[in-house]
Ligand binder design. Structure first.
Ligand SMILES: [Zn+2]
Length: 213
């Protein structure tokens, strides 16, 4: 009898035998010296879009915050509990990351909920509905045009990434460092089915696939 799902224990055994075994020096150094990731990623909770997997990152490389639909609530120093803002503050001010990547993905359930706001809430708290209210204006702007449901979904997933990059700039510490050229902001979108990564052009906001060698 264990107190974790068996799949997790099996995965942990595999991790110790392979990855930890191969990188034990690195783990020890990270424990001794602390983490110094250069990149922060804001990603979705979706189990299919893990940034460490997609970017093949090792321990200590990525500082990741994940929430429903990879959103960044605008800067709001109102004394309330802002989890994503806390992670952002730590990454920028303490870790001094050089880049922040907002990473959206295809078939995002949160974005789907934003496009279907009349659906019954999953619970009386309707936390997803309220959270996704952050992109409600963009979702409303897409309603009633000639796009198919799938096109509208992809469009909002990408438009939302642009919104979140702008929201990052609402944090004074981010804006100041970006203006000084010490912090770069990026957008990306991952297609789960084909494994395609699309990257946002910072000038036009368009998404294109990077040229890979
Ligand atoms: Zn998602």
């Amino acid at each position: 009898m264990t107190h974790l799902p068996e799949r997790l224990l099996a995965g942990y055994r595999s991790f110790m035998a392979s990855r930890y075994s191969a990188e034990s020096q690195r783990y020890r150094a990270l424990a001794r010296d602390g983490q110094k990731p250069e990149t922060m990623v804001v990603a979705c909770c979706d189990s299919r879009a893990a940034p460490e997997t997609i970017f093949d990152a090792g321990p200590g490389e990525l500082f990741v915050v994940r929430n429903v639909a990879n959103l960044v609530p605008p800067y709001a120093p109102d004394g309330r509990h802002h989890g994503t803002s806390a992670a952002l503050e730590f990454a920028v001010q303490s870790l001094k990351v050089k880049s922040i990547v907002i990473m959206g993905h295809g078939r995002c359930g949160g974005i789907g909920a934003a496009l279907n706001p009349t659906a019954e809430p999953l619970s009386p708290g309707d936390f997803i509905g309220k959270w996704m209210g952050l992109v409600a204006p963009a979702a409303a702007a897409l309603a009633g045009n000639s796009m198919t449901a799938a096109e509208r979904q992809t469009a909002l997933e990408r438009i939302s990434v642009r919104y979140q990059v702008e929201n990052l700039r609402s944090f004074p510490c981010v804006k100041i460092l970006e203006d000084k050229g010490r912090l770069s902001l990026h957008g990306a979108w991952f297609d789960i089915e084909r494994g395609e990564l699309w990257v946002m052009d910072p000038k036009t906001g368009d998404f294109e696939r990077p040229l890979l060698d």
